[in-house]
Design a binder for this molecule. Structure first.
Ligand code: APR
Length: 266
């Protein structure tokens, strides 16, 4: 763990105070919150897109032309993805929901680690890896069925049992629309939020990277915890360039102290 600088310690206290006093705080998380669970992010050092070009491996047109490329990348990443466990960053966010401070988590991640850590109100704007759909007849398979199928058939591209068309995980690829409910719910939440805690996202992918702008336009504030600078740092109240697994639990610890002090006063 990187030693915290005095300014970081002060910023952690300030972030805790903003969250403690907030009325409608939400979290926007990205792949960076899951790297400490062993899942690579996309654009950080040794990110997925360093190894697999997104226009070939993460794009719907490319998938429809030749699904084997996507499935080759999936084969490489799936074992890590399926065996990953939440890390202290996920648990800290689940604690903030239990403390009725965070009202919802909007996540770009497909790994379901927020839910595994105990978060309940989670909007997966890029889908998740729990369902696989047939592009031909829309038959739907769960993760266990696909893993059994891949093991038994030894085919790189699993085909539908009913019509033989290729199967695709229910994740949003470049060139695809986001699920409507999650997309419009996230915009509504961002507009109504007085504080958005952004954890582990480069904020480079639309339309989700615009969500913080809705919060700002309605007078809300941003806290960014990311180990690299982002394009919105200048508009954030607080920026902590450090690991989410380090910073978020320390923020929760500070809030718990504030709650005790508040109870002692009243
Ligand atoms: N703590 C804090 N920040 C971290 C950590 C960590 N432990 N690990 C990585 N980061 C930072 C990286 O430096 C990077 O800035 O998290 C950020 C992750 O950014 P991306 O890899 O771009 O991930 P994300 O913002 O979620 O990407 C959005 O792009 O490719 C699509 O669909 C994909 O959902 C993804 C979307």
């Amino acid at each position: 763990m990187k030693k915290l600088k005095p300014k970081e310690i002060e910023d952690i206290r300030r972030a805790a105070e903003l969250l403690f006093l907030s009325k409608n705080a939400i979290v926007l998380s990205g792949a960076g919150i899951s790297t400490e669970s062993g899942i690579p992010d996309f654009r950080g050092d040794s990110g997925i897109w360093e190894k697999y070009k997104p226009e070939i491996y993460g794009n719907i047109q490319s998938f429809l032309t030749d699904p084997s490329k996507f499935w080759k990348m999936a084969e490489d990443i799936a074992p890590t993805l399926f065996s990953a466990e939440p890390n202290p960053g996920h648990y800290a966010i689940a604690d903030l929901e239990k403390m009725n401070i965070v009202k919802a988590v909007i996540t770009q991640n497909i790994d379901q680690l927020h839910q595994k850590a105990g978060s309940i109100i989670v909007y997966e704007v890029h889908g998740n890896i729990n369902r696989f759909t047939c592009l031909g007849c829309r038959a739907s398979y769960n993760k266990e069925q696909i893993l059994r199928k891949l093991k038994k058939e030894k085919k790189q591209v699993p085909g539908c049992n009913y019509c033989g068309a290729p199967l695709k995980p229910s994740v949003v690829l470049f060139g695809e629309n986001l699920p409507n409910f999650e997309k419009y719910m996230s915009i509504d939440l961002a507009k109504k939020s007085d504080l958005m805690l952004i954890a582990g996202s480069s904020l480079e992918v639309a339309p989700i990277c615009d969500l913080p702008l809705y919060t700002l336009s309605e007078g809300g504030k941003l806290i960014i915890v990311n180990d690299e600078p982002t394009g919105l740092d200048k508009r954030a109240e607080i920026v902590l360039n450090n690991k989410t697994g380090t910073i978020l639990p320390l923020i929760v610890e500070q809030i718990k102290k504030m709650i005790v002090e508040d109870e002692l006063k009243n």
